[in-house]
Design a protein around this ligand. Structure first.
Ligand SMILES: *Cc1c(COP(=O)(O)O)cnc(C)c1O
Length: 341
């Protein structure tokens, strides 16, 4: 029986054609900067966003951690949402690697306003931690795949400018936001000082993320990547997957979004479900009624070959992706509708 795995969009495996592209990649030693496929990917993505430099990374976590290091000095503070990946799911790396603390904003679905940022900036007194960076996530992971209003991003940029703060985007799922909101890469490149983006989520690559920025801020990025142990050799095999994904797997994200909405509708129609959070992209977060046992529910779905994940605090998550076919989708909706708890 084939498992329908909706725990994350990271569970995808490279398709035959992606593997073919990887097998035929021209590679070299990237530590000598001689891997032409890596170089090609980096310059292509930098151009897409209108940034001067891009650097390929083995993970989104490492790209974010490098960005935090580039923007801050030990003892300083980063402003981010309470749901931020950099705060919740990077093993405390911001404090470990950069010696910074996070000022958490109590936002909505992982998003906040320019006014929230203004209030979160520490006054300029020696006994406060110096605020040096604002970090946002688009789409928001724990926030349920929500997309930011670009106008609010522009307002936050102004606050960053006025207060001399760096502005980093954790764009692990930025591709999803771009297709959902019909926005452009250039728009984002114009606003953020640094952007991290994953190829290993909705785009279906086995490994790979990228960090973008202009030359000045990116000057030390490669050294920090090395310090973090992220230098790679013939990484062009992985970069080839990313190039393939950029050509083939971006527009189709809309299909994932459509299926996520349909899953949400199926869930919302069930009496055992308390609420389904708004669905804008490929993430569905929902809560069960208090009298329904969460582990029972996930187990019963598993018995029907559907895997989902708990986010803690009574929230459950499903994520649609490239390896979630129409056939699986129909089976999954049937499984949801026939579950009895
Ligand atoms: C997945 C993810 C990352 C990076 O995770 P890796 O597993 O290290 O690639 C960063 N931010 C968000 C919001 C994510 O969802």
């Amino acid at each position: 029986m084939v498992m329908i795995d909706l725990r994350s969009d990271t569970v995808t495996k490279p398709s035959k054609n992606m593997l073919k592209a990887m097998m035929h990649a021209e590679v070299g030693d990237d530590v000598f900067r001689e891997d032409i496929t890596v170089n090609q990917l980096e310059s292509r993505v930098a151009d897409m966003f209108g940034k001067e430099q891009a650097l390929f990374f083995p993970s989104g976590t490492m790209a974010n951690q490098t960005a935090i290091k580039l923007h801050t000095n030990p003892g300083e503070q980063v402003i981010c949402d309470k749901y931020a990946h950099i705060y919740n799911y990077e093993s405390g790396g911001a404090s470990f690697n950069s010696g910074v603390s996070c000022h958490l904003i109590d936002g909505e679905h992982g998003m906040f306003t320019a006014d929230d940022v203004k209030k979160a900036i520490n006054p300029d007194a020696y006994y406060y931690s110096k605020t040096s960076l604002v970090e946002i996530e688009n789409t928001t992971n724990k926030g349920g795949g929500a997309c930011w209003d670009f106008n609010e991003i522009l307002k936050i940029k102004q606050v960053c400018k006025d207060n001399n703060l760096g502005f980093h985007l954790d764009g692990a799922r930025l591709w999803n936001a771009l297709v959902a909101k019909n926005e452009t890469t250039k728009q984002y490149g114009d606003v953020f000082d640094t952007i991290s983006i994953c190829f290993s989520k909705g785009l279906g690559c086995p490994v790979g993320s990228i960090l973008l920025g202009d030359s000045k801020i990116m000057e030390d990025a490669i050294r920090i990547r090395k310090i973090f142990g992220g230098n790679m050799r013939q990484a062009g095999y992985l970069a080839a997957a990313a190039l393939y994904a950029l050509d083939n797997n971006v527009k189709r994200l809309l299909e994932d979004h459509k299926r996520a909405k349909e899953l949400g509708e199926a869930l919302a129609s069930m009496s055992i479900i308390k609420q389904v959070e708004p669905i804008e992209t490929n993430i569905v977060i929902f809560e069960l009624n208090e009298d329904v046992d969460e582990s029972q529910f996930t187990k019963k779905l598993k018995d029907k070959n559907v895997l989902i994940i708990s986010m803690g605090g009574g929230k459950l998550r499903m994520v649609t992706h490239l390896d979630y076919s129409n056939e699986m989708h129909e089976k999954c909706i049937r499984a949801i509708k026939t579950i009895e708890c």
